[in-house]
Structure formats: C-alpha cells, structure tokens
Design a protein around this ligand. Structure first.
Ligand SMILES: [Zn+2]
Length: 595
C-alpha cells in the first residue's frame, strides 16, 4: 500500500490538469505518524455542496483504451501508471456520485425522476466496475506490466483481480434483475396495505423471485445453492456455515436464557423510555455527543467535529424518507455520510453512536472503491463496539437515563445476536430449498423461530419488512458475530477500560481489510466459534447486570404454558414487537456496495 500512496498524490496533480473544474483540492490531512489511523486527505466539502456529476465517462473510456494499447508495448511504465490512476479515480468518482444519488432516492423513494437517475447510476456503476476489473485483470496478466501493477496495488488486490473473469451476459441479466427486484421491493414497502397478510403477499412474491434469481446467480458461479455462495464469496468471511451452525447451538443454550433475563431487567429499568419522544432536537443531540466522542479517543473526537462542521449527515425525521439508517463512504471526497430516518426518541442516540462507529473507520480508511472489501463482521464491531464503550457516558449525555441506557445497550446486543441467528437459520433453510411456496416460507419462519427457548415465534407475515433479507442476503449473521465481540469489549472494559479502548481503536483502524477471526486473534479477543466462548460472554454479562441465569438446557420447542411463565411471555412479546419495529426500520444497516 505504500507504493499506492505516492502514486495517488502524483495522480492528483495529473488529474487536476485534465479534469479541471470538478477537481476538489483536499483541504485537510488527518491521521498519519504518531496516530492510530493512516494519513488521509479530506475534502472539507459539506454534504449539501457535493456534486452528483463527478464521473467523466470520456476520461474513463480513454484510459481503458490506452491501457489496452499500452499493455503490448515495452517501456511505458509511467503512462501505464498514469492511466491506471485515472481508472481508480474515475471509479471513485462514479461510486461517490452513486451513493449521493442513493441519498436523494432514499429521501423520497416515490419521486420517479430521482429514482430514474439513481437507477441509471447503479447500472453505470455495474458496467464501469466490470470494465475496470477486466482492464486491470488483463494488465496484471500482461507480459510487461503484470509485475509493476502487482507491486503497485499489492498482492492481495492483484490476486482478486487476477481471479476476475468478467461478467457473462447471463450474469449481467441476473444481476440487473436482482437490482430491479430490490427497487421494486423498496417501492412496495412504503405503500399502505389493508392487512399484514396482504403486505406479505405482495412483498413475499418479490422475495420468492429474488431467491430464484440468486439461486441462478450462484449456479453461474459453480455453486449448488446461494447460501454457500454468499457465505464464501459475499462478505470476506473466514468462518464457515458449519461454524455458524455450532454457534447457534451455543446461542440457544447460553444466550437465549440471558436474553430473557435481560429483557425482564430492561423492563424493570424503564427501557420503554428509550422509545419515547425526547425534548432535545437533533442539533442538541449531536452536541451532547462531542465530549464523549473525545473521551473514547482524541482522533474519534477529531473525526466527529469534522463530521459536524461539514454536516455529513441527513438525520431529520421526514415522512417521505425510507425507514433505514446507514453510513456510506464517499471515496472521492475522502469522507462519508450518515443517513437515518430518525425517530425523535432516545433511540436516535444509539443509532448515531452506532453509525459514527462506522463513520470513523471509513473516514480514516484510505482505500479506493475498487479495493474496498465488504466485511460486515468487522464493520459491525466498529459500530456496536462504540455503542457498548459509551456505557460510562450515558448519564452525562442524558441525565437520569444513564442506567436505562446502559441496560439497553446489552439488551440490544443480545437481541441482535439471538434474532440474527434466527434469521440466518431461516435464510439457510430458504436458499437451500429455493422452490418453497410463499405459504411454506411463512411456515418456515414460524417453525424455525419457535426453536429458541421461550421466545415466541416470529410473525409469519411480518418478516417481509426485514429489509436485509431483500437487500443484503446473509448479512444478518454479521450482527451476531460482531455483537459477541462488542460484548467482550464491554466485559474487558469493566476490568481495564484502557485496554478495551485500545483494542477497540485497533479494530477501528484495521478498517475492513482483515477478516473477522483474524481481527479477534490480533486483538486478543476470544474465538467466538470455540466451544465455551459464548458461555463465558453470557456469564460475564449476567455478572455485569446482576442477573440470575437458569441452569442451561436446550429447548427446541416452546415450553407448555404455565401460570408463572405468563408474565415472562407477555414481556418478551412486548420487547419483541419493539425489536421488530426497530429492526425493520433497519437503522443498523451499512450500505456499501452494489457490485
Ligand atoms: Zn451497522
């Protein structure tokens, strides 16, 4: 990566000459020597001033053509590197433009004009991404410049491009169909329905088609089913489907009882207040987070103040906005932005802290779009780790709510672990049996979710509101793996807060270029897939919240209803509907990559 850095700045001068007015001169450099993060330039352009017309198709096409021509001629090193930089820069521009149009689209999904522009840019990104990858792959394969390019981009990136064999017509048609179905879903999701059943019918049919398209896509890659394909190819994972099956057993045995005990504790501690309207507006909310962000680490504080000064957020509630929340990088500007539909309740604090964990990591990560890796298992430690490390600051942020907010963070992590295991199990079942009818699918949702202790089964109709299932299949398990790591950071912080903060910062600075189990090992955290690891976390959390855990037993079916159980069931149900509304609002999502 060292090579890249100087070439990058050389290219910036070069590009300034050829691209003229749209070039942004970087205004501030942060990170670097003596800091946790690598050095990186940030454009100091506010979200409102960012351009939607960054991509220069002509420059991109010309670079592709020239590289093709240069690759057969000896002694053209400088020209090759120059054109290679144009490819990197233009794909950064195109991706940045695309995620800004995504913001416009999510602000008002029903606006046809915006939807068209968004759709166009999505298509353009897919095409240019493919062309860029094919061009780099051919260049890496070339006689004169393969070695030079490998040294420039690093062996890992080079290996990824070498393995790239282009998109066939069939893959292109299937991918396009998948994107169209997702958009169809997003538009159908904001409509009003007479009943959950009616909504389930409309959205469920779209899901069935998505399953079919994805199964075909997996087949084009030589896989029997989409589940194996997504696990192995989709998220840069260094664990297997079998690891997760074993993890689910640990979760059923040790975390489900803890979740139930924690839910009771949360209710006793007024957790409902989290979901009620707060007095302070979002400006005041953002202000209150400045000091705690600085306390986490000065560089997190610096990123936060930059984020505020450039207003890199869209968090005001608006009924036109789609209900979700995400952080996305803007590689051309060296920045990122946070989108949230906002609720006006105390829950927005958690969303903002969560998303800012994502923001800090991508804000400092110096990476081109073409080299970015979809690694949700680590990304969600950036976010959920920050949430749990706010544990001692909640009282100063919202006086009188500190204890409730502390308990809520643990409850939220446990919810993510348990329910994301349930959803992953459901996804596994569906994609391994892709011919299911909607009726069978609804039943599967109920059946699988009734295998988790006393937790009442998921509603057979409402699962269609869970946007991850449509937009990012097999992503949800990453919330569970990362939440387990986050809870261990919380556990560590009770013993030695500095050690926990150091571990968190190391994970944040590692960006997404290191796979999950490797990150755990590097930072001295437990391997969650090892027998006994989940039990240790459960015991630590029970100790922290002073909860009593029943003797563990695996219960595959709900216990028969008894008098003393009723109160628990009722409160679980209360928490469930709250949880479902929270998760279906989908604020915990990062939207990274359409390719
Ligand atoms: Zn997240």
């Amino acid at each position: 990566m060292k090579n890249l850095r100087w070439i990058q700045s050389a290219a910036a001068c070069f590009l300034a000459l050829i691209l003229g007015a749209e070039q942004v001169s970087a205004a501030v450099t942060l990170g670097g020597e003596g800091t946790v993060y690598p050095e990186k330039e940030h454009a100091e352009v506010s979200l409102g001033e960012m351009s939607r017309e960054l991509f220069d198709q002509e420059a991109f096409d010309q670079a592709v053509e020239e590289l093709d021509e240069l690759s057969g001629r000896k002694g053209q090193e400088d020209q090759v590197l120059e054109q290679y930089q144009v490819i990197l820069e233009e794909t950064d521009r195109l991706y940045t433009q695309y995620v800004l149009l995504t913001l416009d689209y999510y602000r008002d999904v029903e606006n046809k004009e915006i939807a068209e522009k968004y759709e166009e840019s999505e298509k353009l990104l897919m095409e240019a991404g493919n062309t860029a990858a094919e061009t780099l792959s051919a260049l890496l394969d070339s006689r004169y410049y393969g070695q030079l390019l490998t040294e420039t981009m690093g062996e890992e990136n080079a290996g990824a491009f070498m393995a790239y064999d282009g998109i066939t017509m069939r893959e292109s048609i299937l991918t396009q169909r998948e994107m169209d179905l997702i958009r169809e879903y997003e538009e159908a999701l904001v409509q009003d329905y007479d009943s959950p059943r009616e909504e389930n019918q409309v959205l469920g049919e779209i899901y069935l088609e998505l399953v079919e398209v994805r199964t075909d896509l997996a087949e084009t890659q030589g896989y029997d089913n989409y589940a194996d394909y997504a696990y192995e190819q989709g998220y840069y994972r260094d664990y297997t489907v079998e690891d997760v099956e074993a993890l689910r057993q640990q979760v059923k045995e040790h975390l489900v009882p803890l979740y139930e005990a924690c839910l009771d504790c949360a209710l006793e501690n007024n957790v409902d207040a989290i979901y009620t309207g707060r007095q302070e507006d979002s400006g005041e909310m953002l202000e209150r987070l400045i000091v705690p962000m600085e306390k986490i680490h000065p560089e997190v504080g610096t990123a936060y103040k930059y984020f505020l000064s450039q207003e890199l957020y869209d968090i005001e509630p608006d009924e036109k906005k789609i209900d979700m929340g995400y952080t996305v990088e803007l590689p051309f500007y060296g920045d990122a932005y946070i989108y949230d539909s906002g609720s006006g309740t105390y829950e927005d604090y958690f969303t903002m802290i969560h998303e800012f964990g994502h923001f800090t990591s991508v804000f400092y990560e110096d990476n081109h779009y073409l080299y970015s890796v979809v690694n949700m298992d680590v990304s969600e430690i950036h976010s959920q780790g920050l949430e749990v490390l706010f544990w001692p600051y909640f009282e100063e942020i919202v006086p009188g709510m500190g204890r409730t907010m502390q308990i809520y963070t643990v409850y939220e992590m446990l919810t993510n672990i348990v329910f994301c295991c349930i959803y992953d199990e459901i996804e596994q079942e569906i994609y391994r049996n892709p011919d299911m009818t909607l009726e069978e699918l609804n039943r599967t949702v109920e059946e699988i979710s009734s295998g988790y202790g006393e937790i009442p089964p998921l509603d057979r109709y409402e699962w269609v509101e869970m946007t991850h299932l449509y937009q990012q299949p097999f992503y949800v398990i990453s919330y569970a793996t990362s939440a387990l790591a986050a809870l261990e950071l919380l556990e560590m912080a009770q013993e030695n807060r500095d050690q926990a903060l150091d571990a968190y910062m190391e994970i944040s600075a590692s960006g997404t270029g290191t796979a999950y189990c490797q990150v755990l090992e590097n930072t001295g955290l437990r391997n969650i897939f090892q027998e006994g690891a989940v039990k240790e976390t459960a015991e630590a959390m029970a100790g922290l919240l002073d909860l009593e855990l029943p003797e563990p037993e695996i219960s595959q079916t709900p216990a028969p209803e008894q008098e003393p159980q009723e109160k628990i069931l009722e409160s679980v149900l209360g928490g469930m509907s709250q949880w479902l509304s929270e998760l279906t609002e989908n604020r915990r999502q990062m939207l990274w990559d359409a390719l």
